[in-house]
Design a binder for this molecule. Structure first.
Ligand SMILES: *Cc1c(COP(=O)(O)O)cnc(C)c1O
Length: 389
């Protein structure tokens, strides 16, 4: 039972002495240079060429036809839900095991979440649970999918790629296509994660990315909506930029919209981060391999992707055998300055969402008591020095 002690030793071997965080940002490229360029040019806010450059980089990297940069991941989700045709009072299926942003965005659209279970291996939405829920509780009336219990229309589904591990998104999209439900992928944690050779976030009608400070790359705060649909991309750009009709001096807006555009300053950081994303990912993969070997030796479940998928190793996770062992491990490691953390409290247990429909959430409840996230950053000094471009 000395794995806890050895865990601390390995953490220090990987990350060096001092306090070890779960996920720190790294600025070892052109971030400062591009920021200074922005400031010198006066284009620091919602207009500027770094935003377009960043959007192009995101589109190229993910293989999506279009990317629209936003102020954060939550706003990208919010806009996606608006554009998916989710109306006030509709229901949106999602998972209970997710970060609060998913459900906040559903609520901003005055829609109601339904919580479906996750698979134990991917920790993302279970296609089996989704299909079972719809078969039992939904019916098609006049071409719309309606919840037999609530009488409300089910118009959207938001699966999430938990910790960067892709969920069974193809199966989810196939089920939702049959029911006429629009899929939005919460790909906030999965930049650099693939199902086969296709990037997460590009399977549904839209995907939402986040560039918060703790994500694989950061823009300080930021997000993006990605899509292959030109009409959705144009609408996303329009409603995230106050619905202003382009004109050199007149201010005419044709609907109530949002000020969700990513500022040029943030995009400048994002452009520099994207230059090094592949290096971040390969170092994170090597850290993850060290952890997986360690936990395999100690016969503790280390979470890795299912066959055929590739993870970005955003947040590494283990599954301990009981809640008490989990608590003990988290207590032990944090006391020794190695940060570890339990998973988010299930959305279905939060005060705001506790009265909404669930499918019983067997796996989610089981995982909630056992998941521990462990340090996953790129270690200091691991990134090769590069000359400024
Ligand atoms: C980070 C994250 C988001 C978006 O968060 P922002 O802080 O608004 O960028 C959304 N969903 C999930 C699952 C996340 O982890």
């Amino acid at each position: 039972m000395n794995y806890k002690n050895e865990f601390i030793d390995l953490a220090k071997e990987i990350y060096g002495p001092g306090s070890i965080s779960l996920h720190r940002p790294i600025f070892e490229g052109n971030e400062k240079k591009y920021l200074i360029d922005c400031i010198d040019s006066n284009f620091v806010s919602s207009v500027g060429k770094k935003v377009t450059e960043f959007e192009n980089k995101i589109a190229r990297y993910t293989g999506a036809n279009y990317a629209v940069a936003t102020v954060n991941g939550t706003s990208a989700l919010h806009i996606s839900i608006q554009l998916a045709g989710v109306d006030s009072g509709d229901e949106v299926i999602t998972q209970a095991l997710t970060f609060i942003a998913t459900c906040n965005a559903i609520s901003y659209s005055d829609a109601i979440p339904i919580f479906i279970d996750v698979d134990k291996d991917t920790m993302g939405m279970s296609p089996k649970a989704l299909s079972a829920f719809l078969e039992t509780h939904a019916e098609k009336i006049d071409g719309q999918t309606v919840n037999k219990i609530s009488g409300r229309r089910i118009s959207g589904c938001i699966p999430m790629h938990t910790f960067g591990l892709p969920c069974r998104i193809k199966e989810i999209v196939a089920i939702c296509d049959d029911w006429g439900i629009t899929v939005i992928e919460d790909a906030a944690e999965s930049l650099g994660s693939y199902v086969g050779d296709r990037h997460t976030g590009t399977f549904g009608a839209m995907g939402a990315l986040s560039f918060n400070g703790n994500k694989v790359i950061t823009t300080g705060g930021g997000g993006a909506l990605i899509t292959n649909d030109v009409k959705l991309a144009e609408r996303a750009k329009h409603i995230s930029t106050t619905a202003k009709i382009p004109h050199s001096y007149e201010f005419v807006h044709d609907e109530i919209a949002y000020n969700y555009r990513m500022p040029n300053l943030n995009a400048a950081i994002g452009c520099a981060q994207m230059e090094r994303l592949d290096e971040f990912l390969s170092i994170k993969a090597s850290v993850s391999l060290k952890w997986s070997k360690f936990f395999e030796k100690h016969e503790i479940k280390y979470v890795s992707t299912i066959e055929g998928n590739k993870s970005n190793h955003w947040l590494n996770a283990i599954i301990l055998d009981s809640k008490s062992n989990r608590d003990e491990f988290i207590e032990y490691t944090n006391k020794r300055d190695v940060m570890t953390r339990p998973v988010w409290k299930l959305m279905s247990e939060l005060e705001m969402f506790k009265n909404y429909q669930t499918d019983g959430l067997e796996n989610s409840l089981w995982l909630q008591d056992r998941i521990v996230n462990i340090p996953s950053s790129v270690p200091c000094g691991a990134l090769p020095k590069r000359k400024e471009i």
